[in-house]
Design a protein around this ligand. Structure first.
Ligand SMILES: NC(=O)c1ccc[n+]([C@@H]2O[C@H](COP(=O)([O-])OP(=O)(O)OC[C@H]3O[C@@H](n4cnc5c(N)ncnc54)[C@H](OP(=O)(O)O)[C@@H]3O)[C@@H](O)[C@H]2O)c1
Length: 322
């Protein structure tokens, strides 16, 4: 299953159509800056953008080519390459490490986001920024809507919330997509770690008291590219905060069980443990399922389930031999 009609076969998915594919005749190519391009989302954006014909020229950067904590670098880059859209995939994402490195976490997740927002506003550039389910305290027992009050439990969550607030305070044409539990064939993530460890060990303990919405970075990348396409085709921009994850809710333990089944690694025993038993410096929300009504209504999308997404991801991992 893939987000755009006609993309499914390129992505190796099923024929189910999730989003209508916009038609764009004679549109002038626009320049899109992607930050954090070596990250999981950055790699997914690169992969999807190379497989489909889009009216954009992408400039993929990471901290070695563009450090977004330096506003002059950001301003120079946007000016030099005539950037019209920015997708901010860069972030400080080491959730446990952030507890001891809060200055660095806030510099990237708040300060640098303010830099991007200021430069974007100055140059009339549209900015898509990513945030996280970890802005919530996890006490809800229904999926979190965008209207619900955040209450981060960790330095990472607090720094990401400050980034959202900084962006909204600066204004301009922005979209914030809060997402959750990213996995993919790229970089390092829970699915790849589980597959590796299940191949090495006879048993594995996995946390069973945190419930969330796993999100395939490829589906998130498609959503982002679809927003850009719609903006070009319809000449509209729907500024706002949106929640995007794959559909459904699961604990890490049950997610691991699905990974084990789909990867065919049934020899490894899985043991459910509590967050306390697992340890970890940062406190994570016990429940952080995201509600999608707003993003569905605004962009007319049907979002794949996490089970469907996991199946496609594991197929991709097997194809890559990673
Ligand atoms: N991963 C998840 O489960 C998850 C869940 C919810 C939300 N999100 C959000 O989704 C977005 C993408 O996450 P991801 O998992 O793709 O992140 P990621 O894999 O950690 O990638 C982030 C990239 O940003 C780079 N970066 C760090 N500081 C930078 C700077 N000053 N200038 C430029 N680049 C810099 C990182 O480089 P280094 O590696 O060298 O630091 C890394 O390559 C983030 O906003 C994240 O908060 C992620």
């Amino acid at each position: 299953m893939a987000i755009f009609t006609g993309m499914s076969k390129h992505l190796g998915g099923t024929d189910q159509v999730v989003l209508p594919r916009p038609v764009f005749y004679g549109l002038v190519q626009k320049n899109v800056l992607v930050t954090g391009a070596y990250g999981q989302l950055g790699c997914a954006l690169k992969s999807v953008s190379e497989r489909v014909n889009l009216p954009f020229r992408f400039f993929f950067t990471d901290v070695d080519s563009l450090d977004i904590t330096d506003i002059d670098q950001v301003d120079d880059y946007v000016t030099r390459y005539h950037i019209q859209y920015i997708v901010n995939g860069a972030a400080y994402t080491a959730v446990d490490k952030a507890e001891a490195e809060s200055e660095r976490a806030f510099a990237v997740n708040e300060g640098a986001v303010r830099n991007l927002a200021l430069v974007a506003r100055e140059h009339a550039v549209r900015l898509i920024h990513l945030s996280t389910d970890f802005v919530f305290d996890g006490r809800s027992d229904v999926p979190y809507t965008e209207a619900m009050i955040p209450g981060p439990l960790s330095v990472y969550g607090a720094s990401k919330l400050k980034g959202e607030e900084a962006l909204q305070a600066v204004g301009g044409d922005w979209i914030i997509l809060r997402t959750a539990w990213l996995f993919s064939e790229f970089g390092s993530n829970f699915v790849k770690t589980m597959i590796r460890l299940m191949g090495e060990r006879e048993s594995l303990a996995v946390v069973n008291d945190q419930t969330g919405s796993p999100t395939y970075a490829v589906d998130l990348a498609e959503m982002i590219l679809y927003i850009l396409q719609r903006a070009e085709e319809e000449q509209t921009w729907k500024t706002g905060l949106y929640h995007f994850s794959n559909v459904g809710a699961v604990t890490w333990f049950d997610f691991a069980r699905s990974i084990r089944r789909l990867a065919g690694l049934t020899g490894c025993e899985l043991l459910p443990i509590s967050s306390e038993e697992y340890g970890g410096a940062a406190v994570r929300p016990a429940y952080s399922v995201l509600d999608h009504a707003k993003v569905r209504a605004a962009f007319n999308v049907v979002i794949p389930t996490w089970e469907d997404a996991l199946e496609r991801c594991i197929q991709a991992i097997k194809r890559c031999g990673k």
